[in-house]
Design a protein around this ligand. Structure first.
Ligand code: ADP
Ligand code: MG
Length: 319
């Protein structure tokens, strides 16, 4: 694209080096050193304007979120992040937009010592693809397929805030700034992922909604689960804006929370609480795994509940 090299220079000027980056931006490819005894964990996610974030999202928030969703995948694998690449497709080469995007991007990158080591810059409708790399000691990754019958199901933080924001945005009515912040600035739970090494049996990050994402763990582990709706962690803000009947579909079917969902035997509960004490976010038990496949929900009154939708549908869009 015109001005591609000026844009790359602008990006490169803000990169913080790490000693394991032998060669970063500027050659045909990056040259990186993986520490001995560690496995390389690699993940990639694309954000398309109007599909993965509302078109009115601030550029700094887009920069933050496009990295956050990738770091969230590393967190869900119990990995320590190290590097990333950034493929940017931009409708125009605009310095002010890029600088604001980089403000959000590098705020999160620097917080977690993630070094940008390369990428690609092209012309077209706004879209951001980030590939993130991290490390995990051999055999210690948190996978989807290790859950066992009887394990408890945990989630970090609160559920449904981002989906609440999206619903308010779509309705073009009154909107909570707190909920919108949770949609635009998700926090990757990296410290939690690390703390769960050796304690959790399986884990996943909640990008598409609890029902869909926990469903992946159940499918990978060949199990079912019963979730107690009365134990879903709920922010005061979400409760202020949505009653139970309106809230549960958001908490079960809404995406974009980027909390972690993990499983562990009940005997590990105290150790988990202790391990998470310094992680900046709480975690709650919301249900239990069962041998019978399928995901079942119980209301606080003890009745069965069927959620109206099963997670974020791609190409439905947030235009
Ligand atoms: P090539 O044509 O060899 O693929 P490019 O001209 O696309 O190289 O890129 C030159 C250098 O700038 C490479 O090191 C590449 O990784 C880096 N780069 C390009 N775009 C970006 C970007 N958006 N963010 C970070 N690095 C980038
Ligand atoms: Mg290129």
């Amino acid at each position: 694209m015109p001005g591609e090299f000026a844009l790359i220079d602008r990006i490169r000027a803000r990169v913080r080096a790490r000693p394991d980056v032998v060669l970063g931006i500027g050659d045909d490819a990056a040259l990186l050193s993986v520490p001995a005894g560690q496995q390389l964990v690699v993940t990639s996610d694309t954000l398309v304007a109007g599909v993965h974030f509302p078109t009115d999202t601030a550029p700094a928030d887009i920069g933050w979120k496009s990295l956050a969703v990738n770091l969230s995948d590393l967190a869900a694998m119990a990995a320590t992040p190290a590097w990333c690449t950034l493929a940017l497709t931009l409708p125009e080469a605009e310095d002010a937009w890029l600088d604001a995007f980089l403000d959000g991007f590098f705020e999160l990158a620097d917080e977690h010592d993630v070094s940008l080591v390369g990428g690609d810059t092209t012309h077209g409708p706004l879209s951001i693809t980030i590939t993130a790399h991290g490390f995990v000691p051999e055999g210690q990754a948190l996978r989807r397929d290790g859950a066992r019958p009887g394990d408890e199901v945990w989630v970090t933080g609160t559920l449904g805030d981002a989906a609440g924001a999206l619903q308010q945005w779509r309705a073009r009515g009154p909107a909570s700034a707190k909920l919108r912040y949770r949609l635009d600035r998700p926090t990757p739970r990296l410290a939690v992922g690390l703390a769960l090494r050796g304690l959790a049996t399986a884990g996943i990050d909640l990008s598409d909604g609890l029902a869909a994402d926990l469903g992946h763990v159940l499918a990978a582990s060949g199990l079912g689960a019963r979730i107690d709706l009365g134990r879903l962690p709920t922010s005061r803000t979400l409760a202020d804006h949505f009653d139970e009947a309106a809230r549960w579909p958001l908490q079960l079917g809404g995406g974009d929370d980027y909390e972690l969902c993990f499983t562990a035997p009940a005997s590990a509960a105290f150790a988990i609480e202790q391990a998470l004490a310094g992680c900046g976010v709480g975690a709650s038990v919301i249900g239990q795994l069962e041998a019978t496949p399928g995901l079942r929900f119980t209301t606080p009154e003890g009745a069965d509940y069927t959620p109206p939708s099963a997670g974020f549908q791609h190409f439905q869009g947030v235009h």
